[in-house]
Design a protein around this ligand. Structure first.
Ligand SMILES: Cc1cc2nc3c(=O)[nH]c(=O)nc-3n(C[C@H](O)[C@H](O)[C@H](O)COP(=O)(O)O)c2cc1C
Length: 368
């Protein structure tokens, strides 16, 4: 079925502007999500086999998740589980609602299976998203898999007030979600990536942990890093893991670097300002995962993301140290059967490898 998507539907979709198609698809998935029967039909075609993973005290029906940025406002929440995803990361949500950067702001480099985007955290704001989440619960359409939220900084909030901005969003969204990801790695909010600095990140995590101090339920909070950080800068972030109770790392966000390309259309796309995702990000993101896994000696959960299209790509991330993986650009290029294909392929590889459990596979090619 992914052959069918790549050769019939995708060429049709790709004749239109990337953001318009995205919005139209989200509208359809929102509608489908509200109807149990539609989700059941989707599940029968697209649902993935079980490959359960236990992490953060949560049960993931399979290790393939939806990456942040696809469903910023939780519009299509029930549809992702019906499409076979083992977990969903919504957002980025910011404390203040904001429109993001002017359009056009998403560009496809089709020959290289890549996307450049400079969305700039367009979203309805944490309070409106919290209401949307409550709405899905009220409709009895909450998915049977873990749901997390990616948190960004509002553009109007100065860097010195970033911790308060993240904490405000966390306070209103926390009751609804299973885990959070602090996004300090998007290239599309001015100076945001400076918050990956150890001191700034320490302040943010301290403010977030303060929000949940004394609560019986401690929500796992992860941090998402840029692929452009040096290994030394990544090591500094690792130093915060214990003191600030960081539950894991999402590696990686999009890159500001650009590969060389012979393709004229791709060159034009690469000259756009923004973050690059997809195939050209794949090997750097795996390098970052491998480094983090080795440095933490396998003790820190890593969610691997960046250029995953197939089971082979996912296997590479997992054996480099990722316990879970996510896709964004892969979904755009491979279509809605991507989860089913990846999970089936992972099950085959697990069997071939002769390994008994998931934990034996994670990081098996990243000896430390
Ligand atoms: C259009 C677009 C919007 C994105 N928005 C966000 C976001 O809001 N927060 C975030 O942490 N990452 C965001 N990302 C990054 C993805 O979550 C992911 O880390 C990155 O695209 C690499 O994965 P991929 O190669 O599978 O796309 C966005 C990516 C794209 C293409």
């Amino acid at each position: 079925m992914s052959w069918l998507y790549r050769n019939t539907l995708r060429p049709l979709l790709f004749t239109q502007d990337a953001e318009s198609i995205h919005n139209r698809t989200m509208g359809m998935l929102n509608w489908a999500g509200r109807h149990k029967m539609m989700c059941d039909v989707m599940r029968s075609f697209l649902g993935a086999p079980e490959l359960p993973v236990e992490l953060f005290g949560l049960r993931f029906p399979n290790p393939v998740g939806l990456a942040a940025g696809m469903d910023k406002n939780a519009e299509a929440l029930p549809a992702w589980a019906a499409m076979g995803f083992g977990f969903t990361e919504l957002g980025a949500a910011t404390w203040h609602a904001q429109p993001g950067n002017p359009q056009p702001r998403v560009f496809r480099a089709i020959a290289e299976e890549a996307i450049v985007n400079r969305m700039g955290f367009n979203n309805r704001g944490a309070e409106a998203i919290a209401e949307k989440l409550a709405g899905w619960k009220k409709l009895n359409r909450w998915p049977k898999h873990p749901v997390g939220m990616n948190l960004g900084k509002s553009k109007i909030t100065p860097l010195e007030k970033a911790a308060e901005d993240y904490a405000n969003s966390f306070r209103v969204l926390r009751p609804h979600l299973d885990f959070f990801v602090v996004n300090v790695s998007s290239p599309n909010t001015p100076n945001l990536r400076q918050l990956q600095d150890k001191k700034a990140l320490d302040e943010i995590f301290s403010a977030l942990q303060e929000v949940q101090r004394g609560n019986a339920r401690q929500t796992p909070i992860l941090v998402k890093v840029a692929p452009d950080l040096t290994f030394e800068a990544l090591d500094e972030i690792l130093e915060l893991v214990q003191p600030r109770n960081i539950a894991g790392i999402v590696a990686t966000n999009t890159t500001i670097s650009r590969p060389s390309s012979q393709d004229a259309a791709a060159q034009r796309v690469y000259s756009e300002t923004g973050g690059l995702s997809g195939r050209p990000l794949q090997s750097r993101s795996t390098e970052v995962i491998r480094h983090l896994y080795r440095q933490a000696k396998g003790t820190l959960p890593i969610i691997g993301v960046g250029g995953i299209f197939t089971a082979a790509d996912a296997w590479e991330k997992i054996t480099a140290g990722a316990s879970l993986i996510q896709v964004y650009t892969g979904l755009v290029y491979e279509g809605p059967t991507i989860c089913r294909n990846i999970v089936s392929g992972l099950l085959d590889r697990l069997e071939e490898s002769g390994k008994l459990s998931w934990s034996e596979v994670v990081g098996c090619k990243a000896k430390y």
